[in-house]
Design a protein around this ligand. Structure first.
Ligand code: NDP
Length: 388
């Protein structure tokens, strides 16, 4: 029987469960490209419930306890005295969400000799030191595709909010003003602009597809080109380097995973190559952008706006400069944890656990690290060394 340690974000300050504003979720039949939805044998929650906070328990308690497993759920994740760290030494399985990550650093992995499986309830396993996981034979799995469309929708919303200056205009309404000129002095149409995506994986491609009807010129950079028919469908231009792409873009949206090749990609130098007054939306990972370089570029006007939902560390401290920099449209890390996304990644987490306990293989598309190496989707999307 396993000890399962799960870190989730706090319940709403107004209490749990919340009063749901809608009754259930629309039924999704599958994902673009043919990947099937999570398929656990059973679920013990109603899709549409708040599952990602501590009391939601990802809908796993009944299943785990009936299987005789010990299930600890906590939001206390920082420091040696945290519930998370105190329970690590005899834990076999850690479950964590990127929105409120239980950072599994090399030091913490050393303190967890029984740890065999780290599940990301969501997508993006950079909060796990993948090299240490490889060295210690830990399997890392995530619920690929579960929230890709959720993030792509959030991204389109943020691009439009920045370009059209939505948040300041909303602010004038709250302040009881009718300050049309103040609202529109930074407001443009997206139509006709050049929009470039850093990476065209599940999220990047979904963003490009959703933006096409806006009459924009689409660009992308990735390690591999998209199939020709997809490039034709989107009328998208491929760039073999980020530098080449950003020079021609009015809006850059970031959708690559965080690893050694992408960390600090948007530093002062890269930002200097962008058009003056360009916008960046980053819903991938904060450390792909240099924190202070972004602040300076907004202050100087090199960037007209920056939005996203990813920060480092998470939760972001009260004095994080991205809370107060000019012309930003940041949210906490929420794009991939809508109630719709939660239903999918909670089911996917259960599917992974069922496979693990039954001794059945975890789907290849969910694997990041397995058998002492990058595996499955992880072997495609991550790197274990810096590209020369
Ligand atoms: P995918 O694995 O489908 O796509 C990632 C893409 O990034 C792949 O096309 C990959 O290329 C490309 N890539 C990897 N390294 C590089 C590089 N050095 N330069 C250019 N492209 C690169 O992942 P998703 O689209 O589903 O997710 C992307 C990221 O978004 C996640 O890793 C996560 O960090 C973030 N995310 C954020 C969420 C949120 O709530 N804000 C929720 C979900 C994800 P190839 O495979 O062709 O080598």
């Amino acid at each position: 029987m396993a000890k399962v340690l799960c870190v989730l974000y706090s319940d709403p300050v107004t209490g749990y469960p919340p009063k749901y504003v809608r009754d259930g979720l629309p039924k999704i039949e599958g994902y673009a490209g043919g990947q099937t939805l999570p398929s656990p044998k059973k679920i013990d929650f109603k899709p549409g419930e708040l599952l990602g906070s501590v009391s939601g328990e990802l809908g796993l308690r009944k299943f785990l306890e009936e299987g005789g497993h010990e299930f600890i759920v906590t939001n206390d994740k920082e420091g040696p005295d945290s519930v998370f760290e105190k329970n690590l030494p005899d834990t076999e399985i850690v479950i964590s969400q990127p929105f409120f990550p239980a950072y599994l650093t090399a030091e913490r992995i050393k303190k967890a000799p029984k740890l065999k499986l780290a599940i990301t309830a969501g997508i993006g396993s950079d909060h796990v030191d993948l090299k240490a996981a490889i060295a210690h034979g830990i399997t890392v799995a995530e619920v690929t595709y579960s929230n890709s469309i959720s993030v792509s929708e959030h991204t389109v919303m943020m691009i439009l909010s920045l370009v059209r200056n939505y948040l300041p205009a909303y602010g004038w309404v709250i302040k009881k003003g009718w300050n049309i000129a103040d609202c529109v002095e930074r407001s443009y149409d997206l139509e006709g602009m050049a929009v470039g995506s850093v990476a065209a994986g599940r999220i990047g491609l979904a963003v490009l597809r959703r933006l096409k009807p806006f009459g924009v010129k689409l660009h992308y950079y990735d390690r591999y080109k998209l199939p020709e028919e997809v490039e034709r469908e989107l009328n998208a231009t491929y760039h073999p380097s980020v530098e080449e792409m950003v020079k021609v873009c009015d809006v850059v949206t970031i959708h690559c995973p965080l690893h050694d090749e992408t960390r600090n990609m948007f530093d002062t130098q890269m930002l200097g190559k962008m058009k003056r007054g360009a916008y960046i939306v980053n819903t991938a990972r904060a450390e792909i952008c240099n924190r202070d370089a972004i602040v300076k570029a907004l202050e100087s006007g090199q960037l007209a706006g920056y939005a996203g939902d990813v920060w480092f560390p998470q939760p972001a401290p009260a004095d994080h400069p991205w809370r107060t920099m000019p012309n930003h449209g940041m949210t906490p890390h929420i794009s991939g944890t809508s109630l719709s996304a939660q239903a999918r990644y909670a089911a996917g987490t259960r599917e992974i656990l069922e496979c693990w306990f039954d001794g059945r293989p975890i789907r290849n598309e969910y694997l990041i690290v397995d058998g002492g190496k990058l595996a499955g989707v992880g072997a495609h999307s991550y790197s274990d060394s810096k590209k020369k």
